[in-house]
Write a protein that binds this ligand. Structure first.
Ligand SMILES: Nc1ncnc2c1ncn2[C@@H]1O[C@H](COP(=O)(O)OP(=O)(O)OP(=O)(O)O)[C@@H](O)[C@H]1O
Ligand SMILES: [Mg+2]
Length: 255
């Protein structure tokens, strides 16, 4: 399964959720790849323990080769690196992906990522982390995926952004990728005792927006987990949020 975690709003938990679901998947015996398409490279750092600019070859080399019709780095597979966590590999990001974007867009390279991911049949699950933008990388990721998971930070402005976002997914699905389906919207940093987030979710459900059953709480452990470059399931397997990530993983499997 190829699954993109997407929301063009920043800081809603895309990288955290993509990496932790990828880690949970390995615990379920799956061979997993995390593709980091965000030039910020937060997922790369989280899973490989160092920034993308220190890792070579990386996603930049991979996309750049597609522009040059050459393979300077031994093909895209050479750009994939094993993480310290068994069964979990990473196609790392690099800050220069930002500048490469315009060229990739101009030369219609939007389908190359899909082509690559389809050829990587050794992976049971591929998670794609995306930048907080509607750009070449997010469009490529939506074209390359079968499912789209949307993190939502229970904020009123973010709720308005959801309508545009769902429209974007629909557009990609109808123009380029009929296989693409929305997994659902997952509430992150959800505070069950606060009135506003509860009310927002109730209204969204009343509108028949695809809000998932599983909610992710807020915990300082997430920051610790980032700091130690260790997904929660490896840092604290019994933590409440580890269980929530596991529930989310299973809810997505049963969808
Ligand atoms: N459930 C949570 N509990 C506590 N902190 C969280 C939680 N989820 C995310 N965070 C924190 O919120 C910040 C943003 O998270 P994250 O980087 O995963 O979001 P993002 O959507 O990938 O951001 P960007 O759009 O910049 O890529 C991080 O500092 C992270 O530690
Ligand atoms: Mg991110």
């Amino acid at each position: 399964m190829r699954r993109v975690v997407y929301n063009w709003k920043g800081g809603v938990g895309k990288s955290t959720i993509a990496c932790n679901l990828a880690a949970i998947a390995t615990q379920e015996g799956k061979r997993v790849l995390l593709v980091d398409l965000d030039p910020q490279g937060n997922s790369t750092h989280y899973l490989l323990g160092r920034p993308g600019k220190e890792i070579s070859p990386n996603g930049f080399d991979c996309f750049n080769d597609w522009l040059r019709f050459t393979s300077r780095v031994g093909g895209p597979r050479a750009c994939i690196h094993p993480s310290p966590f068994p069964g979990l590999d990473v196609l790392p990001s690099h800050p220069e992906l930002e500048e490469l974007q315009a060229k990739l867009e101009m030369r219609y390279k939007m389908f190359k990522l899909r082509e690559l991911l389809l050829s990587l049949s050794e992976y049971d699950e591929i998670f794609l982390d995306t930048p907080p933008a509607w750009n070449f990388y997010t469009r490529s990721a939506l074209i390359a995926s079968e499912r789209c998971l949307i993190p939502f930070d229970c904020d009123a402005f973010s709720r308005q952004a959801l309508y545009t976002l769902l429209q974007q997914v629909r557009e990609i699905s109808s123009d380029h990728n009929p296989q693409l389906e929305v997994d659902g919207i997952v509430a992150n940093q959800f505070q069950p005792r606060a009135r506003l987030p509860r009310q927002l979710l109730e209204e969204m459900l009343a509108e028949e927006l695809p809000v998932l059953e599983t909610k992710l709480s807020s915990s300082i452990k997430i920051r610790e987990s980032h700091q130690h470059c260790k997904p929660l399931v490896f840092m604290d397997p019994q933590h409440k949020m580890t269980l929530e990530f596991r529930n989310l993983y299973h809810e997505l499997q049963s969808n």
